[in-house]
Design a protein around this ligand. Structure first.
Ligand SMILES: [Ca+2]
Ligand SMILES: [Ca+2]
Ligand SMILES: [Ca+2]
Length: 288
């Protein structure tokens, strides 16, 4: 068999998985290798690609994070802020289509996965009525009162599809453990001052808030968003509860879907990354 013939099946698999074409230039930027692509491909969960190696460490993002090398604490936070700032901002209406791609159901391309319920629902049911899904601001938009004009309110690193009623029940609650289970979203708990998301997205929620605190430092016309160890923050530009978020980041490690989402946002929409998906250990370094 010639070299070319041996390589052909791999090319076919990559083409089928939908990754080969867009990955050529993106790989040069992010350094994502073919094994990473295979591991994060929708086909990987039970298909032939699962035979390829497990998720390789994203060592090639070293170039992206070069300015943060060797830093810790406040210096690390500042360096990451410089690296992830100046991103391409979407309009609030552009967010709909972006979420249809970043949160697409790998098992059904016509659907998106909803954050708090893990339900797969038709992309076309985006809207504001009961039965629709809408754009959940995981960093509640009233915390800093930034609204939905271009900026933190349209930053898809923290925007996720959610059921309209569940989104409304979460409202602008801070995050913390405890409360009563919310019947329409089993596994999620809430009380008067906090919301506890289901276990599978606890880390996702934490890493989205870490990103927001670092991306928005008050130097570009947007509020300086910060974590604190409280609940009931109301309209102050703070979000809690820091200790619970750090615990959730350790409990629920980064998975392939989260990594893929970060890649899509970086390559196609905002051209910046969530550092805490690439390096979850940095959270404990910045907020000890
Ligand atoms: Ca509470
Ligand atoms: Ca998770
Ligand atoms: Ca900040």
């Amino acid at each position: 068999m010639t070299k070319k013939a041996r390589f052909l099946p791999l090319v076919c698999v990559l083409l089928i998985s939908g990754w080969f074409a867009p990955s050529a230039s993106a790989s040069a930027q992010t350094g994502l290798n073919l094994n990473d692509r295979a591991a994060i491909s929708p086909a990987a969960s039970g298909g032939i690609l699962s035979l390829v190696s497990p998720v390789a460490p994203y060592t090639d993002t070293d170039t992206y994070y070069e300015g943060a090398e060797g830093k810790s604490g406040e210096a690390l936070k500042s360096a990451l802020h410089r690296i992830i700032s100046g991103h391409t901002m979407l309009s609030y209406s552009e967010v709909w289509n972006a979420l249809k791609e970043t949160d697409a159901d790998p098992a059904n391309p016509n659907n998106v996965i909803l954050l708090y319920t893990n339900e797969s629902r038709s992309k076309n049911l985006n809207g504001g009525n009961v039965g629709d899904w809408n754009r959940e601001h995981v960093w509640a938009k009233s915390h800093g009162d930034f609204g939905t004009s271009k900026g933190p309110g349209t930053d898809i690193h923290h925007l996720r599809p959610a059921d309209v009623q569940v989104n409304s029940a979460r409202g602008n609650l801070d995050f913390d453990n405890g409360g009563n289970e919310y019947a329409k979203a089993p596994g999620n708990y809430y009380d008067g001052d906090s919301w506890e998301p289901r276990d599978d997205v606890k880390g996702d929620v934490a890493r989205m808030l870490f990103y927001m605190a670092v991306r928005y430092e008050g130097d570009d016309g947007y509020p300086d968003l910060e974590l604190n160890d409280r609940t009931g923050n109301g309209s102050a530009p703070y979000h809690g509860k820091q200790s619970a978020l750090l615990e959730w980041n350790r409990q629920d490690p980064v998975d392939a879907r989260e990594r893929k989402r970060n890649e899509i946002i970086y390559e196609k929409y905002q051209h910046n990354r969530n550092p805490f998906i690439d390096h979850p250990e940095w959270a404990d370094d910045i907020w000890p």
